[in-house]
Structure formats: structure tokens, C-alpha cells
Design a protein around this ligand. Structure first.
Ligand SMILES: C[S@@+](CC[C@H](N)C(=O)[O-])C[C@H]1O[C@@H](n2cnc3c(N)ncnc32)[C@H](O)[C@@H]1O
Length: 279
């Protein structure tokens, strides 16, 4: 067997141990990116082979959070792909506003910047009071950062540009306090948000949602897992609810795609048909 083939066996063993011991199933994550992350994990622990980590994975509780952090990619930014937020503001929020309560489920929130961006849009459109943003992820370290709402101030310039391009109506600094090297998000935004652990692979529907934002999560999954995730998201949406995917993601291969129509095909914003069997 070639070394690369042995490495593949090691990856399978590690993934299986993670599933059997801790219940996290990474079998349907894209193989190339999974391999890269596992090799990075191996380097982080300073072990010669991935299997050298197995005893610790099985017996040391504290190893799990490091493994989950290494396997998930909590890369995000405020108002990422600003034009998406602009269309949400112009086309989606005016419809959502007509509901007495608006539930938004943000799947794969990472460190929370996207959820705070949504809260700012809702505030500027006058509907934050009626809105609840449920932001979920499997990475607990990232969720803790999201919960604190404190980000590095070196990103403020980029985030301010994004905010402006997204049709922001004021200044981003109106929603956060910048001091020393951090920016601390306004607690008024935080009140509309709930951050929680939820695993798209294993858990059920998190909430009934009028809008689901699931961006840059499905790209890490294989077809099988993308289908499962989209079915779960579909189940959570009310009739006429909206779905926003990442720019590199689509519904094209999803069996239930006919139930949706595009609000903006390029920006991956879809709406569940009112007769789509949703709630
Ligand atoms: C690249 S980030 C995307 C963050 C944000 N949505 C954005 O587009 O900027 C992907 C996130 O998906 C999360 N993730 C990966 N697998 C997941 C799963 N099975 N369930 C929930 N979240 C998951 C990761 O922990 C990571 O925080």
C-alpha cells in the first residue's frame, strides 16, 4: 500500500472514532478539505501520524473541542457579499415585516458577524423588535465569540465598507463601540439574538423560520449531506419563507428544488412557494 493510501485509511479510522466516541459524523464532508484539516490537526498536536491521536480522541474529553475547531472553518465577516444584504433589505425584509413575529435561522454562524449584520439590517428597517435571530453552529469556541460580540478592530474598515455597499443607512460605528483594538457590538442588537449549538448533520429542525440563511456551509459537504441539510432547512421554513445560500452553493441538485423559486438567482436567494407544503 502506498503512503497516501495508508493516510486515507487513517482518515477513515479517525472519522469513525470521532463518530463512535463523540457522535460527530464527518463521513460526508468533502474529502479534500477534510484531509487538509486533519493534517493541520496532526501538526497542531505534533504527532507523526493521525492514528497517534486516536487514544487521546477516545479518552481525553478536552480533545473534542480542539478537533471540532480544526475541522470546522469559522471564517466569516460582517456584511460578507454586501449585495446579498442589499437584496435581503430591499426584497425580503419588506415581506418579512408583515409578520407579527419574524424568526430567522442562521445556520453555520461561526463567530457571529453575519448574525450581527442581519440584526443591523432589521434594526434599520424598523423590525428588530419583532425579530428573533437564531444563530447556530457546531463550533463552541466560535459560538462563545459570537455570544460575546467582540471582534478585532482591525476588521472595522473592511466591515464599514461592506456595510456601506450593503446599503447601510448610518455608520457601522453607530452599532458598536470601538476601543483599543476591539469593536464591541451594541447589546440592543444582541437582545434579538440567540446563539446555540446545532449540528446540521445529526440534529433536527431548530425552529420554524421565515428566513433561513445558510451560507458557505454546504460547500464543505458531499451531495448526500447537502441534500439532507437542504431537506432540514426546507422543513423549518414556513410557507412563503425565504432561503439564502452562499454564492457558490445552489439548489440545482436538490430533489426538492421545485418547491422554491428564485428571488435572485445569482445571489442565491430563494423563496418557498406558498403552496409548497410548508407550514
Ligand atoms: C465558512 S463558515 C461560514 C460562516 C458564515 N455563514 C459566512 O458565510 O460567513 C462555516 C461554518 O459552518 C459550520 N459548520 C460546519 N459543519 C457544520 C454542521 N454540521 N452543523 C452546523 N454548522 C456547521 C462551521 O463550524 C463554520 O463555523
Amino acid at each position: 500500500m502506498k503512503p497516501s493510501e495508508i493516510e486515507e485509511v487513517e482518515i477513515d479510522l479517525f472519522v469513525e472514532a470521532l463518530r463512535l466516541r463523540h457522535g460527530y459524523d464527518f463521513r460526508h464532508y468533502g474529502r479534500a478539505s477534510l484531509r487538509r484539516r486533519l493534517l493541520a490537526l496532526q501538526r497542531l498536536f505534533g504527532v507523526a501520524h493521525l492514528v497517534d491521536l486516536l487514544p487521546r480522541l477516545l479518552r481525553e474529553e478536552s480533545v473534542l473541542s480542539k478537533v471540532l475547531s480544526a475541522l470546522s472553518v469559522p471564517v466569516t465577516e460582517m456584511f460578507r457579499d454586501p449585495e446579498v444584504f442589499s437584496v435581503l433589505r430591499q426584497e425580503v425584509v419588506p415581506v418579512l415585516r408583515s409578520f407579527p413575529r419574524i424568526n430567522i435561522w442562521q445556520v453555520g454562524c461561526a463567530t457571529g458577524e453575519e448574525a450581527y449584520s442581519l440584526a443591523i439590517v432589521m434594526a434599520e428597517e424598523g423590525c428588530l423588535q419583532q425579530c428573533q435571530i437564531y444563530a447556530t453552529d457546531i463550533n463552541d469556541a466560535a459560538l462563545a465569540t459570537a455570544e460575546a460580540g467582540i471582534f478585532h478592530a482591525r476588521r472595522l474598515a473592511l466591515y464599514s465598507d461592506n456595510y456601506r455597499l450593503a446599503g447601510g443607512k448610518a455608520k457601522l460605528t453607530d452599532y458598536c463601540r470601538a476601543h483599543l483594538d476591539v469593536m464591541e457590538m451594541d447589546v440592543a442588537l444582541r437582545r434579538a439574538m440567540v446563539f446555540a449549538h446545532h449540528n446540521l448533520v445529526a440534529d433536527g429542525v431548530f425552529c420554524e423560520a421565515h428566513l433561513v440563511i445558510c451560507r458557505n456551509v454546504l460547500i464543505y459537504f458531499d451531495r448526500h449531506l447537502q441534500d439532507r441539510s437542504l431537506a432540514l432547512v426546507r422543513q423549518s421554513l414556513v410557507r412563503g419563507g425565504y432561503l439564502c445560500l452562499g454564492l457558490q452553493e445552489s439548489l440545482d441538485a436538490y430533489a426538492g428544488k421545485e418547491e422554491f423559486y428564485p428571488v435572485d438567482r445569482l445571489l442565491r436567494i430563494f423563496r418557498l412557494r406558498a403552496d409548497g407544503g410548508g407550514r
